[in-house]
Design a protein around this ligand. Structure first.
Ligand SMILES: Nc1ncnc2c1ncn2[C@@H]1O[C@H](COP(=O)(O)OP(=O)(O)OP(=O)(O)O)[C@@H](O)[C@H]1O
Length: 432
């Protein structure tokens, strides 16, 4: 019988934010993690993956629910975990061995024993000979090896990793993944389970036994997919690619909601993706050039874009109804094709029509400008309205992107110096 190492029971997390009030980040998360499992956690940016990992580590307490380790609720920090961070989190003034030994700080071991364990881990993670080096003398990959060493020296039951490879270049990351996987699969480390947050579906399918997919706003478990292929896995193999496709499709399906006009009208002031009109136009042209349907995952791969950069573009194309998404495939709509084939001027007209139809927040800006007798309004006015909905920082970003879209569509104009928005017709009149 499989033994439950970690049980997350009805975990919810809420933050009380001054600008947005009470925000639920995690909602009713129930996950059991068994001994022997390597689990990946995937989800859109800002969905709460890191928060969930920190709750498992006992670094953040849930608003509701409990974390059980070996069947018992944890109180304070979880004694069974070691954590690896994306940013390495090394102390620059300590040497490699001193940084690794930090993992044993709270253990009542004799100094010689700490030294012995640290040296053995350094050897294991391939840093033999660098014991006395300082972080600044090491490459990024070596620094992350120290980060992993500091977690492993504790001989934790559970290794938690928060995007451990995302700060590294591709080759270094591949190398480190292989080494870590070797330690794990050949049981060279006493770790009973690994939980890794990642943005990379391919990384999850390559390394782990299970991929848990979270939604956003709030995060709930939307899929829990077993990955049963034996190691070492071949990334070109059809089984591998179809699993990557499947997870991609789950993630995108949740990300890109089908938006009906009536629905849009009800949902005033919904956020738009921060994708400049230029990038969006280029993307629509590209999809048009590629032919009818295209697998989103392969397209992202071909463009060398990761999910985080790629999804917003797809989502914006979908919001404006230039493209449809179906089971992980993207296809241009009739308007999308028209747009791709149109002249510059025709494109602006089409973009304007789609904006007014499907982006209520844009409609609102135009409506406000129209209702003013001089057809102009200060940026600050819109920022203040948006702040109530999106928070201070996001309000500025949202307005910037809407100005970019509105300018492209020749719907509105913006005087950057005076920080004033105009209706396009009004700008023309002023310039005369
Ligand atoms: N201490 C905090 N106070 C307020 N809000 C927070 C806090 N920590 C996280 N959040 C919010 O919780 C949400 C989830 O954040 P989290 O970092 O867990 O997401 P994530 O999925 O790991 O994101 P990413 O993929 O971008 O790293 C975000 O909206 C974030 O702003």
């Amino acid at each position: 019988m499989e033994k439950n190492l970690i049980e997350l029971k009805k975990i919810s997390k809420r933050y009380d934010l001054p600008s947005q009030g009470n925000v639920t980040v995690l909602d009713d998360i129930n996950i059991n993690i068994n001994e022997g499992e390597f689990v990946s956690i995937l989800g859109p940016s800002g969905s709460g993956k890191s928060t969930l990992l920190r709750i498992i580590a006992g670094l953040v307490s849930p608003s509701q629910g409990s974390v059980l380790y070996n069947g018992k609720p944890i109180v304070g920090t979880n004694p069974g975990v070691g954590m690896v961070f994306q940013s390495f989190a090394l102390f620059p003034w300590l040497t490699v061995i001193e940084n690794v030994k930090l993992g044993l700080e709270n253990k009542s071991l004799r100094e010689e024993e700490k030294m012995r364990k640290a040296l053995s881990v350094i050897d294991m993670i391939g840093l033999d000979g660098f014991e006395g080096a300082y972080p600044k003398e090491l490459s990024g990959g070596m620094r992350q090896r120290v980060g992993i060493g500091r977690a492993l020296v504790m001989e934790p039951d559970i290794l938690l990793m928060d995007e451990p490879f995302s700060a590294l270049d591709v080759l270094t990351a591949e190398n480190l993944k292989r080494d870590l996987l070797e330690l794990w699969t050949e049981k060279k480390i006493p770790t009973k389970s690994i939980i890794m947050v990642t943005h990379s579906i391919e990384e999850a399918v390559y390394m782990s036994d299970r991929a848990i997919v979270l939604s956003r706003d709030p995060a709930r478990v939307i899929s829990d997919i077993p990955i049963t292929m034996p190691h070492w896995r071949d990334k070109q193999e059809p089984k591998f690619t179809s699993l990557v496709d499947r997870i991609y499709s789950i993630l995108t399906k949740r990300e890109i909601k089908t938006i009906e006009v009536e629905e849009v009208q009800k949902k005033k002031l919904e956020k738009v993706q921060e994708v400049p009109a230029g990038a969006l136009t280029g993307f629509i042209e590209l999809v048009d050039d590629l032919g009818k349907k295209f697998d989103l995952y392969k397209l992202a791969d071909q463009l060398s874009l990761n999910l985080e950069d790629f999804l917003p573009i797809v989502e914006a194309a979908h919001l404006l109804q230039f493209a449809t998404i179906h089971q992980g495939d993207i296809d241009l709509t009739e308007i999308g094709h028209q747009f791709a084939d149109a002249s510059v001027l025709e494109r602006k007209i089409l973009f304007k029509e789609q904006l007014m139809k499907y982006v209520p927040i844009m409609e609102k800006i135009v409506w406000i400008l129209q209702s003013k007798s001089n057809n102009k309004m200060e940026r600050e006015f819109f920022v203040e309205i948006f702040e109530k909905h999106f928070g201070a920082e996001e309000a500025e970003h949202q307005l910037d992107i809407l100005i970019d879209w509105g300018r492209y569509a020749e719907l509105i104009s913006y005087d950057e110096k005076a920080e004033v928005l105009y209706l396009e017709s009004e700008t023309a009149a002023i310039n005369e």
